[in-house]
Design a protein around this ligand. Structure first.
Ligand SMILES: Nc1ncnc2c1ncn2[C@@H]1O[C@H](COP(=O)(O)OP(=O)(O)O)[C@@H](O)[C@H]1O
Ligand code: SF4
Ligand SMILES: [Mg+2]
Length: 395
């Protein structure tokens, strides 16, 4: 998953090509809607090696699901404007005729959705739903498919799998239904699994076991996984690399340990503060980030996080920061005034002195959902005042 130019040696099982499984470059998925163009995914690049896990993290609306669906080619309709490149085992997915895509789904790549009822048919017994996938792709006999399905249900730890084979989805708990949809996704041995908020709809007590199950299956099968979540805590110990998305773009990307120890982007820092406490239900809406994600049809000028950022300076409101490398590492971020830098510290202190609400809230360790008023205006005014004062000092 490291960027190909800085990649270190990887242990690839014998017989598998030593090339990235997935290479995405400048992928864009825009939607033409009556109000304008929604830039849901706006120039995302990533590389994923076989057997590795990439965590894709961001608030609701940041483009995570559209990204996953774009790679799977699941965004359909005349209003979809797609560009860029997504190569799977070197083959351009965007050039594959839509009619050929079903051959790849399940076998090469599969998806586990947030709500298992999205992938399960409520009127078909779960056993049949698993065997259908096996038979469709492998042409296996009915009885062999049944044996394989029961083995698969056991491997995702469905108790009394033989009896449950004849159950309908509504007869199972939410956690059990998600195990069944994982079994279906794994049925044809995909090389890449997208897990899109796979535990968000589940009770907190079930979440860990589902996440552990996914991690175990991923290791055993040497399968790559893209784990999509709004909760940085979910991918903390489970992803090899984390990519943070904001407003359809990657704002920071790093190996997991590096991201946690040396985050540079104020949005990543805000996500870190919003990791739900163990005592809370983990699908509690993110509460520690002031303000709202931007309108993707009319995004703000400059950095798209500027209206909500405790570090913002004048440049942030005018010029969008590019994604840059931390020299000598696999770490990239897009920010003019990064966390941990001298200039970032100065900007934060200046905003704090100007009583910019988001800076005050961080300094006081408060939950910023308590903030009221127009944060964007408060930030912009404080920054403009500080800039004017600096200019006056300099003259
Ligand atoms: N089919 C669509 N048509 C128009 N807009 C869409 C469509 N699908 C998603 N969007 C918009 O794209 C943005 C990103 O959505 P999504 O990827 O689902 O966010 P996330 O998964 O990060 O919560 C949102 O503003 C959403 O409303
Ligand atoms: S400091 Fe500026 S560039 Fe960095 S995230 Fe905040 S607003 Fe964006
Ligand atoms: Mg989503």
């Amino acid at each position: 998953m490291a960027k190909s130019d800085t990649k270190t040696a990887r242990l690839v099982p014998p017989g598998l090509p030593n090339e990235p499984l997935l290479q995405v470059k400048d992928l864009k998925t825009h939607f033409q809607v009556p109000a304008g163009i929604v830039r849901a995914v706006n120039g995302v690049s990533l590389t994923l090696d076989r057997g590795k896990t990439l965590g894709v993290v961001g608030e609701s609306g940041s483009g995570k699901t559209v990204l996953a669906r774009s790679i799977m080619r699941l965004n359909l309709g005349d209003h979809v404007i797609a560009s860029g490149s997504a190569k799977f085992e070197g083959k351009e997915l965007l050039d594959i005729p839509m009619s050929d895509m079903p051959d790849l789904w399940g076998v090469e790549m599969a998806m586990v959705f947030q709500d298992p009822m999205t992938s399960l048919n409520p009127v078909v017994k779960i056993g049949r739903q698993v065997t259908e996938h096996i038979r469709h792709h492998h042409g296996t006999s009915k009885s062999d498919a049944k044996d394989a399905a029961i083995a698969l249900l056991k491997s995702v730890r469905i108790p009394e799998a033989e009896a449950r084979f004849n159950a309908y989805p509504h007869e199972l708990s939410g956690g059990m239904r998600q195990r069944v949809s994982i079994a279906i996704a794994l049925a044809c041995g995909p090389k890449l699994l997208f897990a899109d908020e796979p535990t968000t709809a589940l009770d907190v007590t079930v979440q860990h076991s589902i996440l552990n199950l996914l991690a175990q299956q991923q290791r055993e099968r040497y399968m790559a996984m893209i784990m999509v979540t709004h909760d940085l805590g979910v991918v903390a110990g489970r992803a090899d690399e984390i990519m943070v998305m904001y407003a359809g773009k990657v704002v920071e990307r790093a190996p997991t340990k590096t991201l946690f120890e040396d985050m540079r982007h104020p949005y990543t820092e805000a996500l870190m503060r919003s990791i739900p406490k163990v005592s809370e239900r983990s699908h509690t809406r993110l509460s520690a980030i002031a303000g709202r994600p931007p309108d993707l049809i009319n995004p703000p000028n400059g950095c798209s996080f500027s209206p909500r950022c405790a570090y913002a300076g004048p440049r942030c409101f005018e010029e969008a920061p590019p994604l840059v490398d931390v020299p000598g590492s696999d770490h990239q971020f897009a920010c003019w005034l990064p966390v941990g830098s001298e200039e970032g510290k100065e900007a934060f202190e200046r905003n704090l002195a100007a009583r910019v609400p988001q800076a005050v809230a961080i300094a006081e360790g408060r939950v910023t959902e308590d903030l009221t008023g127009d944060l964007e205006q408060a930030a912009a005014e404080a920054v403009a005042e500080a800039a004017a004062a600096e200019e006056a000092e300099g003259t």
